[in-house]
Design a protein around this ligand. Structure first.
Ligand code: SF4
Ligand code: SF4
Length: 238
């Protein structure tokens, strides 16, 4: 059983008498702190295996709870509630409800990979943080991030047409992330492109924003790709 930080125990389970003398010894205040026991029944025995199927979570089973990842973590230095070691522990036990209590900070991992370099068991805690963040998104516990929305648009265009149109990707991205299409930097970039790109290229780009071109004979390939992705998702959750 790993040692748990006091901050990880629900406040209502910590009982402390302000004034207490036992056999003549003054144990007032934190000296007499007791933790009320609890019985957990909400283990999901398949949860560790599920997280292993997300990119980055493959080695979560190797953790031996040394705590080096948390000690070296950039985010832990800012906020002691950010605790990769603890979340890996919960993942291994399948305590999803406990993980959900921290759903609003797990995604804050900055991918500095200090944990990955220091981990003696090659767990790749940074990858586990990403896997957990993806799981939270997929289950609808957290909002989709901008990068997930971008990936979705990219995939939709590739699977449908076998190619992407940059302008159409950007337009969809701005729409789905509730951003104005008219951004100063974008206006400036378009002005420069107009100045420097050959006329034929500009006409072709403008045409492609209206008539979406498709890679030749893409239909069958696109169907196979979509089928493959569907199967992978089913296998993940099956
Ligand atoms: S450093 Fe590695 S082995 Fe140690 S607690 Fe973190 S993930 Fe587990
Ligand atoms: S990669 Fe994430 S979890 Fe690892 S040390 Fe950096 S912030 Fe912490």
């Amino acid at each position: 059983m790993p040692i748990h930080e006091k901050t990880l125990i629900d406040a209502e389970r910590l009982k402390t008498q302000e004034h207490l003398v036992v056999d003549g010894v003054d144990v007032s205040g934190h000296w007499n702190t007791m933790i009320t026991p609890r019985t957990l029944k909400d283990y999901d025995t398949g949860f560790e295996k599920l997280i292993q199927k997300f990119g980055g979570g493959e080695n979560v089973h190797r953790c031996w709870q040394c705590g080096s990842c948390t000690n070296s973590c950039t985010m832990y230095a800012q906020n002691t509630n950010f605790n990769p070691r603890y979340w890996i522990y919960l993942t291994r036990l399948g305590l999803k409800d406990e993980l959900l209590k921290d759903k609003d900070i797990i995604w804050q991992c900055v991918s500095c990979n200090r944990c990955t370099h220091i981990c003696p068991r090659d767990v790749k805690p940074e990858g586990v943080m990403k896997a957990l963040a993806h799981w939270l998104e997929e289950e609808g516990h957290t909002e989709k991030t901008a990068s997930t929305k971008f990936d979705e648009i990219f995939w939709e265009q590739i699977s449908e047409r076998g190619r992407i149109e940059e302008s159409s990707v950007m337009q969809s991205f701005f729409e789905r992330t509730n951003q104005e299409l008219k951004q100063d930097w974008l206006v400036e970039m378009v002005k420069r492109l107009i100045r420097h790109l050959p006329l034929g290229h500009l006409i072709r780009s403008a045409k492609h924003t209206v008539i979406k071109p498709k890679t030749k004979k893409w239909g069958r390939t696109g169907d196979v790709l979509k089928q493959y992705v569907r199967e992978q998702k089913e296998a993940m959750h099956g």
